[in-house]
Design a protein around this ligand. Structure first.
Ligand code: ASP
Length: 347
């Protein structure tokens, strides 16, 4: 395996996030600084035998401010530069990185080049920063090729603290630790120790005939609703009846269970009958929904609710936004939810 071939070209896309922030000496709060300043902290980049170019969001944004418009902008940048580069590295705040990675995995249909998202828990200028290691390894992964010249990781990934993960399987799990992301329901794509070890059997196979088809529309008229003991019927019923609401990511207990209360089953059935899509995913951080297992889950199946299988909340949410954005009807969405579009579910 030839991890970095002669002069591959990589495009670094800087959106913002802690990696490129500096402490304001007056307020003490972290604020963005510009991309050229950021690169000054990583002179090691010049050591790569690569052509590295960069483009930055102006102004850079804290990832709490990321929106579907930001995702469309990233799709536009990647699509218009697709032929010129061998791989893409997106520097992004950690808070919503899993949402962006999931969204891009659907919006970049037919992607056959690496799109690696990374960021850091400490700014790149901080003494103990994790940003350097994350950035340098992400670049190496984006440029990595097999001996036949095809990319090793031709999909949307998150690289963070030694782990390369399928982007739409990731979740941010720690606000404090350097090891901040997990891919609970899918194995790692690579591990970076002394050597960069790829697990090719877990990576999407390269398809020379695939054509990149960009999608820009996401329909955000949906909501994530997490069940809890003591939910109040009037509040839930009102939400389910909302005219603008087109879909619900329904976070249930255990293997996909909800309280056996008539008002709830009725509210859910009425919502699905009126054309809303309700996707059942578990509140547990690992495992899958199996709605037929208990009576408390079976009643949901009868209410027209769709299984989200072992989706993360980020993948289920962005997949539903994507399918609604394509203008699909409830039945087509049901079918698409039951297939894996970009490796986001295990079926
Ligand atoms: N608030 C920052 C962001 O998500 C946190 C980070 O980058 O780690 O943009």
């Amino acid at each position: 395996m030839n991890h970095t071939t002669e002069k591959s070209s990589i495009l670094l896309i800087y959106t913002g996030g802690t990696i490129g922030m500096m402490k304001n000496p007056v307020t003490g709060a972290l604020e963005n600084f510009n991309f050229d300043q950021l690169l000054e902290y990583v002179p090691e980049i010049k050591g790569f035998n690569l052509n590295i170019y960069s483009i930055a969001f102006e102004p850079p944004i804290d990832s709490s401010d990321i929106s579907p418009e930001s995702w469309s902008e990233l799709v536009r940048i990647i699509y218009s530069n697709y032929e010129r580069y061998d791989g893409f590295v997106i520097l992004h705040g950690t808070d919503t990185m899993a949402f962006t990675a999931s969204a891009l995995s659907f919006m970049l249909e037919g992607l056959m080049k690496p799109v690696i998202l990374t960021g850091s828990q400490l700014p790149i200028g901080a003494l103990r920063t994790d940003g350097k290691e994350n950035l340098l390894t992400a670049i190496e992964i984006a440029a990595a090729k097999h001996e036949d010249g095809t990319p090793i990781a031709p999909e949307v990934c998150v690289f963070f603290h030694e782990k390369l993960m399928r982007g739409n399987r990731t979740t941010k799990v720690s606000a404090d630790n350097f090891d901040a992301f997990e891919s609970n329901n899918y194995p790692l794509l690579a591990h970076s120790g002394i050597e960069l070890q790829f697990y090719n059997q877990n990576i999407k196979p390269y398809n020379p005939d695939a054509v990149l088809t960009p999608h820009y529309e996401m329909d955000p008229n949906i909501i994530i609703f997490s069940l809890f003991p003591g939910m109040q019927p009037e509040i839930v019923k009102k939400m389910m009846r909302d005219k603008k609401l087109k879909g619900v990511i329904f976070r249930t207990f255990g293997s996909g269970n909800a309280p056996r209360q008539e008002w709830l089953v009725k509210a859910l059935s009425q919502a699905t009958l009126s054309g809303k899509t309700i996707v059942n995913i578990t509140q547990c951080s690992t495992g899958s929904v199996k709605m037929g297992l208990y009576e408390t889950g079976r009643q949901l199946l009868e209410s027209g609710i769709i299984s989200g299988h072992d989706s993360t909340v980020e993948a289920a949410l962005t997949k539903l936004m994507f399918l609604l954005g394509k203008g699909l009807g409830a039945e087509e969405i049901r079918q698409q939810m039951n297939i894996s579009i970009a490796g986001e579910v295990t079926l």
